[in-house]
Write a protein that binds this ligand. Structure first.
Ligand code: ATP
Length: 272
């Protein structure tokens, strides 16, 4: 496997009744890249993430990850083999603290049993120490050390989103799929999220981002893939996509397309 085809999606198709939610969709992600998947509401973006993570089964096509055919494999297998995702709705345990939520994200790595924990055995103490170190690593990565003991329900919305990402990276995935992480965030929180996504890439995680917030998309993406009505409409860099006439047409009427001020002002300067 070369880094060119770390994730390779070929002719991926899924039908729901008479609806072709995704139709012969192709996409390649290189190791270390951030690729954004954008498109109007109902374009099929979340469905692609569901297919990549085993939450939906394709009617046709193929998904290769790190040189292996993973098409149609169950979510648990895919997660255990390095692909993790976040969800549009926060899936936190709201009564637990930040640290406890992250610890729960690590639970698959616990191996000592109840007997060992009841008697506070050496094996249990060693595993507990390892878990604390792992939780610390995640808290550092998402910048939430100060909130370790805060209950998830008492966090501001932006921090709940960050915690969702923390839980997803706890198991050290090599590919992270983010489903609209900026939804509902204020501009400050979106800027923090943009910085966090860039840091995760620096830490070696390859990222596929589904997002409507164009400021975040333009701030992090190496490449952007545009979906419309289940089909790939365009692919390119931020500047290529933001000036693509077909893309702009697809978004008219959807109302969700808002270029970041920096891109708008560049255009204005060119026109002026
Ligand atoms: P949004 O930006 O609004 O989240 P999206 O691009 O993520 O939209 P999807 O949620 O992937 O779009 O939906 C694509 C299409 O597939 C929509 O028409 C949706 O109603 C349909 N769809 C998705 N999942 C199912 C399902 N399980 N059963 C039937 N139809 C579905």
């Amino acid at each position: 496997m070369s880094s060119e085809n770390y994730l390779q999606v070929t002719d991926l198709t899924v039908k729901y009744g008479g609806l072709l939610a995704v139709n012969k969709f192709c996409m390649t992600v290189k190791q270390g890249e951030i690729v954004s998947l954008i498109g109007p509401n109902g374009a099929g973006k979340t469905t692609v993430l569901n297919l990549l993570t085993g939450f939906a089964r394709p009617s046709g096509g193929r998904i290769d990850f790190r040189g292996r055919d993973v098409t149609g494999l169950p979510p648990a297998w895919i997660a255990a083999n390095g692909i993790r995702r976040t969800f549009q709705q926060n899936s936190l345990m709201f009564d637990l603290t930040v640290g406890e939520n992250i610890r729960a994200g690590l639970h698959t790595r616990v191996s000592t049993g109840l007997f060992a924990s009841l008697f506070n055995s050496a094996a249990f103490r060693e595993e507990d120490r390892t878990m604390r170190i792992a939780v610390d690593r995640v808290l550092d990565a998402v910048g939430m050390q100060a909130q370790r003991d805060v209950a998830a329900r008492n966090l501001p919305f932006g921090d709940q989103r960050k915690l969702g990402i923390g839980i997803a990276i706890a198991a050290q995935p090599s590919l992270l799929l983010l489903d609209e992480p900026a939804a509902g965030l204020n501009p400050d929180e979106s800027a923090q999220l943009t910085a966090l996504i860039c840091r995760l890439r620096q830490d070696g995680i390859t990222i596929v981002l589904v997002e409507h917030d164009m400021r975040v998309v333009m701030g992090v993406s190496d490449r952007i893939v545009v979906l419309s009505r289940g089909e790939k409409l365009a692919e390119g860099t931020g500047p290529e996509i933001s000036t693509n006439a077909e893309v702009l047409r697809a978004y008219l009427g959807d109302g969700s397309w808002a270029m970041p001020a920096t891109v708008d002002s560049e255009h204005n300067q060119q026109e002026g």
